[in-house]
Design a protein around this ligand. Structure first.
Ligand SMILES: [Zn+2]
Length: 363
């Protein structure tokens, strides 16, 4: 769900956030003691709960905006911010160029939460904690403090994990070694959180521990993916699309019928094959393209009439950065990206298999 843009950054709300939002409103309206004892009408209580939840939502957004705006001022473009169950993620398009940049971009978010926490606590003091609005502000102060503390845990992808990575990077001068060491610390922390979760559940028999187990499990998954991404970037650093590509297993001539073309596709395990006019790439033909055939008999239709045409294909130039090509392959969920020169001559295909082979060779 897109909410709009702030400072040119797209703000997206994950559906899980709506659930959390409803849960916070419900908990505040029905279970938050200061709202109960203040003698408010149910309507006023509900209204106060919604405003408090909205301010909490705004606090998470301010935390992410702090990351995003500092990243942008340090030359890392930011496309969007997604708010989801654990808070938010800023989508940076690229990586900070140096360790101090990474440390500050990661640290400024929790710093923003700490500042907000201080402001909410101060405002709550001003009104007095007996005042229902004062109590709401105190709640927001505590929520922002928790947001800051949780995010400072040294487990990537939490902010604290990135600060740790930047410090290790600065200390060792080796980005990949820093990634591995920070990844290890993150895994240890994730396991500590899981262990606390399991023992809480066993000792108290309440559901609170399940939540901790879930958080720990999430950190294990996300941290592992992050370490692997860094290893891939390292293995492919300085390479280009032309270093990743392999020749196509077979090609389909432009005058082939659908019948003949699919015999070829089947012979090579159902993989997409390039349709060629001489050395020029016209398009790719895969099993999925058969849908476009409709009622036409296979031996009368030409492969060119149902293939995915070059204009609508994701393709790469031979000198394109290898990491950028792999990112496109992964993000778009493509099975292959053809590498073509400026006159549409096919040079090779970058496939998942060809990328894995190159990474294996680099070790
Ligand atoms: Zn953050």
């Amino acid at each position: 769900m897109r909410l709009g843009r702030i400072f040119g950054i797209q703000i997206i709300v994950n559906s899980s956030w709506l659930f959390i939002f409803a849960l916070v409103v419900w908990a505040l309206a029905s279970g938050f003691v200061p709202f109960q004892t203040a003698g408010l009408s149910p309507g006023a209580r509900g209204g106060l709960a919604v405003v408090t939840a909205l301010l909490f939502f705004g606090s998470v957004l301010a935390h992410e905006l702090a990351h995003s705006l500092l990243a942008r001022s340090r030359g890392v473009p930011v496309s969007s911010i997604t708010l989801f169950i654990f808070g938010g993620v800023s989508h940076l398009e690229g990586e900070p160029k140096n360790a101090p940049g990474e440390a500050w971009i990661a640290f400024v978010g929790p710093l923003m939460s700490l500042v907000l926490s201080g402001l909410f606590f101060a405002a709550s003091r001003g009104l007095g904690p007996e005042h229902p609005i004062g109590a709401g502000l105190e709640y927001l102060g505590a929520a922002n403090l928790m947001l800051a503390v949780f995010n400072l845990l040294p487990a990537s992808p939490l902010d604290g994990g990135r600060v740790l990575h930047a410090l290790l990077w600065r200390w060792t001068g080796d980005r990949l070694r820093a990634t591995r060491a920070a990844g290890l610390v993150g895994r240890v922390f994730a396991w500590i959180i899981i262990t606390i979760g399991i023992s809480t559940t066993l000792v108290t028999g309440t559901a609170g521990g399940l939540w901790l187990m879930f958080v720990g499990w999430y950190l294990l998954q996300a941290g592992g993916a992050e370490t692997m991404g860094a290893e891939v970037s390292q293995a492919l650093g300085g390479l280009h699309a032309s270093d990743l590509m392999l020749p196509p297993p077979a090609v389909i001539p432009a005058d082939a019928t659908v019948e003949g073309a699919f015999e070829q596709v089947m012979r090579f395990g159902g993989r997409a094959l390039p349709v060629m006019l001489g050395e020029r790439l016209l398009g790719l033909l895969s099993m999925r393209d058969l849908e476009r055939l409709g009622e036409m008999p296979r031996d009368l239709a030409y492969a060119t009439s149902i293939m995915t045409k070059l204009e609508s294909l994701e393709r790469a130039a031979p000198d394109e950065d290898a990491v950028a090509v792999v990112r496109r392959l992964a993000v778009g969920g493509y099975h292959q990206v053809p590498v073509v020169d400026t006159s549409d001559r096919l040079l090779g295909l970058v496939t998942r298999e060809s990328v894995l082979r190159r990474i294996a060779a680099a070790r």
